[in-house]
Design a protein around this ligand. Sequence first.
Ligand SMILES: Nc1ncnc2c1ncn2[C@@H]1O[C@H](COP(=O)(O)OP(=O)(O)O)[C@@H](O)[C@H]1O
Ligand SMILES: [Mg+2]
Length: 340
Amino acid sequence: MGMGEEKLQSERVQSVPLEKARTFIPGLDDILEGGLPRGRTTILHGASGSGKTLVALEFVYRGALNGEAGIFVSCEESVEQLRQNAATLGWDLPAQERANQLFLLDGRIRPDTLASGDFSVKGLLAIVSGKRREMSAKQIAIDALEVMLRLFDTPRQVRSEMHALNDWLQEAGMTSILTGRPPSRFSSPFEDFFDSMGDCVIRLDARVSEQVTTRRLRVTKYRGSGTGRNEYPYVIGEGGFRAAPISTVGLRHKPSRRRSRPASPGWTKSSAEAFAEARASCSPGCPARARQSWRAPSRPRCARAERPCSTWASRSRKPRWRAMSAARGWTCRRTSPRAA
Ligand SMILES: Nc1ncnc2c1ncn2[C@@H]1O[C@H](COP(=O)(O)OP(=O)(O)O)[C@@H](O)[C@H]1O
Ligand SMILES: [Mg+2]
């Protein structure tokens, strides 16, 4: 080891990982390796309908459910619309509002208010500041920022308002999400500045390929942290936003140690070993058809041997199993009260 290298080693300090705030959104924290950068800003891009509002709202709502009070500023939808949309996903926003864990602020501006010169982002932030102190809020989402900013006439005004917002966010030290449309080819002053405000940038994307829409999420930037680098599919449905961190999840399910003999002729011992008697032969993510073809061969033979077999537990309904068995020339008999 040379002198220079020795000096470097002696000067090296232990690394300090970035503090993260969990979003509690299924799948997202795995992709983000723990959550959003705590006390910093995350930018969420996406085309209309890609789910930006939902993700931002779910972050604040789930935070509130988990004891982190939060504020949601809506620049596009009314507060009542937000409550109604959230209810379709089974979220009870009013309950969290009553508990003072969630505050929904209508940040929409009427063009005439702007024309009268009465509006600036600073005015809005003064209201937020008061609420933040009152609730001890640590999280904030500002949704559809560009809707508000495009009301300003000149690029200079837009830039100045964004600087004011950026300064406020840094000073407040809240974990924040700002949502907006993706940058266009001819970027505006808003877009130029928008990305640079974020320590973390997430892009939501819905694309149509062969008449099928697929929704994907990608983390394009995360200062000070590693993150899943792929595009991850996501869905929006009952319960809210669900991302599928396909390449980041580990297999956490412990397989059963109990083994049963394979029921079909020609199966080798190794397949018997793989064929655990418990439900774990195939993972829950395995396509239904694959699960069934693993189970199907063992079923009639076990039945004939009058051997109760847990692989019988099937999600298929009985008539479907009967039809499948009949098509293969198998006869099913009742061998236990729960079977057949
Ligand atoms: N209750 C629901 N069930 C299923 N999908 C929903 C539900 N509510 C909203 N969505 C989906 O979310 C999309 C709207 O998400 P939103 O966050 O408003 O998009 P953005 O803010 O990016 O324009 C809708 O296009 C719809 O596909
Ligand atoms: Mg929206």
